[in-house]
Design a protein around this ligand. Structure first.
Ligand code: WQD
Length: 352
């Protein structure tokens, strides 16, 4: 079995490649144009797994290149796990056409190749952002999706629908959309993790970079929400739990003859955690004190969203194994690794 992982040099893609290599005998090949990641990721994967993964530096939005430089070259691809996409919520509001062009054309070209090269299995990286603002209860896969706050979120909503509609036209093709909640943490080795370009948008890299002196301020965006401590609630899921769900999902597609032609799964812990509780978990699990600032709300933030993850647990036999404390301690271990390799200035900011 050979799996194509797109975005293999990225945060969730690299962790998924490691999990596939460590928990299955599937062969893995990657397509990543390093627009938000770096080639060093494959050195890190090799250091952890002793296996060299081949990456093709191709822009998925270039259909001819995708055919000629990948699918005409690689022998049969049994499945695709598609992570490669632009994912900065704020940037997508400023540059919507770039997001639609990149994220949707990339998926369209892959689906055209699925048809042309008879690929049978496909897993799509989606997001809890498709639920928009919720009523405070855990969301299930049946919870209605809503008009998303950002073009980024809309590319995920449209992507899910494109995959579902395409699946209806194909016999012998099975697909899954995975709705990630908030991916956090790093591989327990501390040798690979999240490294966003520039100033981090997401909470946990902002925390670890602030704690390392890379940022001069850590702001809590809003303390007047209708939650137990006034700060927003999210479902912070360890990246290694997310990556393992993909291995289980791929096996489910390949081995389960009665699996649906197209299905959707929430990947979250099932527990909602506030921003201040994340900061407490960081201080508790690392011993590092955070002198953060309380500030105004951030535009576009929803108040509460967290998962009902029963479907993934029962259908995929998936059990999230890491706590919020594990996420904080592994994120800090990765940050300390980065701190040790930076020479004077900050490390070259590539996601890894
Ligand atoms: C979480 C909470 C912030 C930074 C987005 C996308 C989602 C996925 C993950 C890509 C919010 C607060 C943050 C900071 C803060 N994207 N915060 N200070 O917005 O829930 O989800 O990223 O895979 O699809 O929607 O994640 O980490 O940005 O924010 O107070 O410096 O932390 O206000 O309440 P978000 P986030």
């Amino acid at each position: 079995m050979k799996i194509l992982v797109t975005g293999g040099a990225g945060y969730i893609g690299s962790h998924t490649i490691i999990d596939i290599l460590e928990s299955s005998d599937y062969e893995v090949v990657s397509i990543d144009n390093y627009s938000n990641s770096s080639p060093e990721t494959f050195d890190r994967i090799e250091a952890i797994t002793s296996k060299r993964v081949k990456n093709y530096n191709i822009n998925l939005a270039d259909y001819n290149a995708l055919k000629r430089e990948f699918f005409d070259v690689e022998s049969k691809i049994d499945g695709i796990i598609h992570f490669a996409a632009l994912k900065a919520v704020g940037e997508s509001v400023e540059k919507p056409v770039m997001y639609y062009q990149n994220n949707l054309n990339g998926l369209i070209n892959l689906l055209k190749c699925v048809h042309k090269y008879h690929v049978k299995n496909f897993i799509f990286s989606s997001s809890c952002t498709v639920y928009g603002n919720t009523d405070g209860e855990a969301v299930t896969e049946q919870t209605p999706t809503q008009e998303t706050e950002s073009p980024y979120g809309f590319t995920k909503l449209v992507g899910e629908r494109m995959l579902a509609d395409f699946s209806k036209t194909k016999d012998n093709f099975k697909s899954i959309s995975m709705r990630y909640f908030n991916p956090v943490g790093a591989h327990m080795s501390g040798m690979i993790g999240e490294l966003p370009l520039g100033r981090p948008n997401n909470l946990v890299p902002a925390v670890t970079q602030f704690a390392s002196g890379w940022l001069d301020q850590l702001t809590v965006y809003g303390t007047d929400y209708e939650t137990r401590d006034g700060t927003p609630i999210r479902d912070y899921i360890h990246v290694s739990d997310i990556s393992h769900a993909h291995v289980l999902a791929f096996k489910y597609l390949v081995e389960n003859v009665d699996s649906q032609a197209n299905d959707v799964f929430n990947l979250g812990t099932g527990a909602g955690v506030t921003v201040l509780e994340v900061l407490d978990a960081f201080e508790r699990s690392t011993g590092v004190k955070l002198d953060y600032t309380l500030g105004p709300r951030r535009n576009g933030d929803v108040e509460i969203v967290y998962a009902n993850n029963e479907k993934a647990k029962t259908v995929l036999n998936w059990i999230p194994a890491h706590s919020i404390d594990d996420a904080m301690s592994s994120a800090w271990k990765w940050q300390e690794h980065l701190n040790s390799i930076k020479s004077g200035g900050r490390v070259h900011h590539e996601e890894s």
